[in-house]
Design a protein around this ligand. Structure first.
Ligand code: ZN
Length: 312
């Protein structure tokens, strides 16, 4: 897909691994993932709202700043056990490694956009279950952790908040930064959702099954914003998981599309009104209705772009 010919009323763009050669061929690795024909619909809808750019592939050296060197070597070489494949959720293939690098490259590019423009977007990413030395939950590389480490190493940010609103706890991210005082991990998730052994992050809010818009937004208002205010970040990552929606095949909460849009508006506006660079990644979404998932994704993009309008 090429960039649409018309111009956009804002400077923002989105990076995506979906455009790369390793995408689009064959069925998705899990039945819960968006089917290929609907991925095209999502890309077309996103492309009407902002330019889409092919993800740059991440350099292995940047992954090594977060992940164990032997772990990376084994996954690069395909020396992966059945138990490791089960933990990941699908079989190893060269494409798994390529997609991990492309998705992490897209998140790093979004991070660099956030520094330059205020807002950066990966139309994917958010593989927050990847630990330093093991893969799980569809996550081989922890893309956000890699970008966080890049920001710290390059001296481009010193207090980084990760707002992880995917329905599943960001266990890998919490583990990776457990001893890093410059990083504050926030996770709002389903108490009874995977992972069943949760890590301790900076702020963890576990919600009961069936939580709807009002209770979810109240939790956001009561806990999350006060904690963010107290931490006073100079850079923000937002994992805008759509698996909080009612009808998600892997989630136990019950937000409506309007509730998700309100959530996204509040997070994006909070960052924009404070002039904080925001890197947005989409994270999980496995709705029974592909149309509902696509509408939520496009709503997330619109929330980010509208809040981005407050910056310029
Ligand atoms: Zn998830």
């Amino acid at each position: 897909m090429s960039t649409p010919p018309h111009t956009f009323p804002h400077p923002y763009r989105a990076f995506t691994a979906f455009l790369g050669a390793s995408f689009g061929a064959g069925p998705p690795p899990r039945r819960q993932f968006l089917p290929a024909e609907f991925r095209e619909t999502l890309l077309a809808g996103a492309g009407e709202r902002l330019p889409l750019l092919d993800a740059p592939v991440l350099a292995w050296a940047l992954a090594e700043r977060v992940h164990d060197a032997d772990y990376l070597r084994r996954w690069q070489a395909g020396e992966v056990s059945r138990a490791e494949e089960r933990a990941l959720g699908f079989a190893w293939s060269p494409a798994v490694v390529e997609r991990g690098l492309a998705s992490s490259g897209a998140t790093l590019a979004a991070t660099q956009d956030a520094l330059a423009l205020g807002l950066g977007i990966n139309l994917g990413g958010g593989t927050h279950h990847a630990y330093r030395a093991h893969a799980e939950g569809f996550s081989f590389l922890n893309d956000v952790a890699i970008s966080v480490q890049w920001l710290l190493d390059e001296g481009r940010a010193t207090r980084i908040a990760i707002i992880d609103l995917d329905v599943h706890q960001g266990n890998g991210t919490a583990s990776i930064f457990a001893a890093e005082s410059r990083v504050f991990t926030v996770s709002v998730h389903g108490a009874n959702n995977y992972p069943f052994q949760k890590e301790v992050g900076g702020l963890d809010v576990a919600l009961p099954d069936g939580t709807g818009d009002a209770a979810y937004l109240a939790a956001l208002q009561d806990s999350v914003f006060s904690a963010l205010h107290a931490f006073a970040p100079d850079f923000v990552f937002y994992l805008a998981g759509a698996d909080v929606l009612e009808g998600d095949q892997l989630g136990r909460l019950a937000l409506t599309p309007a509730g998700v849009r309100e959530r996204d508006d509040r997070i994006c506006r909070w960052a924009a009104l404070r002039g904080l660079p925001l890197a947005l990644v989409m994270a999980g979404g496995y709705n029974k209705s592909p149309q509902t998932l696509i509408a939520a994704r496009l709503g997330t993009l619109e929330a980010a772009l509208e809040a981005g309008g407050l910056r310029v």
